[in-house]
Design a protein. Structure first.
Lengths: 320, 187
């Protein structure tokens, strides 16, 4: 009985660990030796006990128990293989309004256009398009796509508008980024300040020969930096802008509140801060194996339990 | 004897399970767990060949609005430019010549100013004798969507509304004609 209880405890553990890859995807732990070890031991225990049960050496209802453990083993093997040979998690950063191929999914990801209204709301979408399949809108909840799961993750973003002293708009470029002519800054770099890391990026204003570094601070960060208790509490994220000319000479530094124009280096810069999604693609257990394994496990359990109930009265009647 | 046989059987099974565990562990150590890698969009306008042409309706210098979609059925030359861009200025006369010589054959040329005010674009067009339609894309949507990696960028859209070519950098009149000539000739 103890061996059977242990085998079923391992079965439940293995099923839970495997399903975790679908529910909480993209964890490094799934590819680590600890995860592999636990599943491998669970499979070993289940296989040995299933064989003993099948041969009738591990108590009554042996075939039903063996079948249930076989189903759980199928699920566990799917989880183990996904962890062992599944591809690493891929983060796809797409410029708003562009289509980016995602080789891992055999699909193209369309990143919705963004404007000063969508960035603060953070509700821009990513749509996957595959051959011979309808478009699938991807959100924060993991969606199974083949042998992977896809989901979005919000990252800080800024929509930048720059004007000159006459009020004319000026072109923004991002010479260091693939999104060369986008006014949406996706903060592809980071700046370490003491023990914390803050999103950082750079854009250029060629017509004014200016390069502007933009450092993002969330509302909580700004509140933490507030030294004057009398100063008003921040009501949203902010950014530090520092401008240089083309030769690298400093042209000014200023704090910009989201949506408020800030003057720096002869420019009038309005940054609207918020978020924009990146697409994450993580390996997942083969869905058919998981569904089939779970069906066998639950079906055999049901068979076992209903069979036991049917047998119980007869067993009680024997002594009588 | 029976006890010994049973012990041997258990040991044999245990060694199989142990081998399985060790094998999986070794594989686990050498696979996965690597750094998460990132794919960044980009690649330039050349990668868009064959893709449906993206269209936004934006203001036109001189009044009204226009878009790529409004010219479906025609060969459309989109040229992304800005007034501060020296190669764009150098390319303008070739684009103007192309427009004048081929518009009677149904060629549409749309100059799309990136990220500047309408007044700035209008002043430039007048100063350089540009007569083809100039659209003002203050939000830089066209250049973003067509993955421009510099200015000027030229995108040629076929009659079926799909991208035929995306070209980074300034072109000469001869190069423009070599690109659109066969498309105009094909009905």
């Amino acid at each position: 009985v103890n061996a059977r209880a242990s085998a079923f405890a391992f079965a439940l553990l293995a099923i839970g660990l495997t399903l975790a890859q679908d529910v909480f995807p993209a964890r490094d732990w799934y590819h680590g030796w600890q995860y592999t070890t636990i599943l491998a031991i669970a499979i070993g225990v289940m296989v040995v006990h299933a064989l003993r049960s099948w041969r009738g050496k591990a108590g009554p209802n042996g075939k039903r128990v063996a079948l249930a453990l076989a189903g759980a083993s199928v699920v566990a093997v799917a989880g183990l293989l996904s962890g062992l040979i599944g591809p690493d998690t891929v983060t796809v950063v797409g410029t708003p309004g562009t289509v980016t191929p995602v080789a891992e999914l055999g699909a193209a990801a369309f990143f919705a256009p963004a404007d000063p209204q969508t960035i603060p709301r953070g509700d821009a979408t990513v749509t996957l398009r595959r051959r011979n399949a309808g478009p699938v809108e991807i959100g924060p909840r993991p969606v199974p796509v083949g042998l992977s799961v896809a989901f979005t993750q919000s990252r800080p973003a800024a929509y930048v508008v720059v004007r000159n002293d006459r009020g004319d708009r000026l072109t923004i470029t991002q010479p260091n980024n693939p999104s060369f002519l986008s006014p949406v800054i996706l903060f592809r770099q980071a700046q370490q300040i003491h023990d914390r890391t803050f999103p950082l990026d750079t854009f250029a204003v060629p017509a004014a020969q200016r390069v502007v570094r933009i450092l993002y601070f969330a509302q909580d960060d700004l509140a933490a930096f507030r030294h004057d208790p009398a100063a008003p509490a921040p009501t949203g994220p902010g950014a530090i802008l520092s401008a240089t000319d083309d030769a690298g000479a400093q042209q000014g530094i200023t704090m910009a509140q989201s949506g408020t124009e800030a003057a720096i280096g002869g420019l009038h810069v309005t940054v609207t801060l918020g978020s924009y999604p990146v697409l994450q693609v993580a390996s997942a257990p083969a869905p058919y194996a998981v569904v089939a394994g779970l069906a066998i496990f639950l079906g055999a359990l049901a068979w076992w339990l209903t069979g036991s109930r049917a047998v119980a009265p007869a067993a009680q009647s024997v002594p009588a | 004897v029976r006890f010994e046989t049973e012990v041997r059987r258990v040991l044999r099974k245990s060694s199989v399970v142990a081998a399985l565990v060790v094998g999986m562990l070794v594989s686990g150590c050498y696979s996965g767990g690597g750094p998460k890698h990132s794919v960044d969009g980009g690649g330039g306008p050349a990668m868009l060949t064959g893709a449906p042409a993206v269209s936004y309706t934006i203001p036109r210098v001189g009044g009204g609005s226009d878009s790529v979609a409004a010219h479906r059925g025609s060969i459309v030359v989109l040229n992304f430019w800005a007034t501060w861009c020296p190669p764009c200025k150098e390319e303008m006369p070739a684009l103007e010549s192309l427009y004048r010589s081929e518009r009677s054959r149904g060629l549409v040329v749309l100059g799309i100013d990136q990220g500047e005010s309408s007044a700035t674009a209008a002043k430039f067009a007048t100063a350089h004798g540009v007569t083809f339609p100039i659209l003002v894309d203050a939000d830089q949507q066209y250049a973003s969507s067509y993955v421009s990696i510099g200015l000027p960028t030229t995108v040629i859209v076929g009659r079926d509304g799909h991208v035929v070519r995306g070209i980074d950098g300034a072109q000469t009149l001869a190069q423009f004609k070599a690109l659109v000539g066969p498309l105009l000739a094909a009905k």
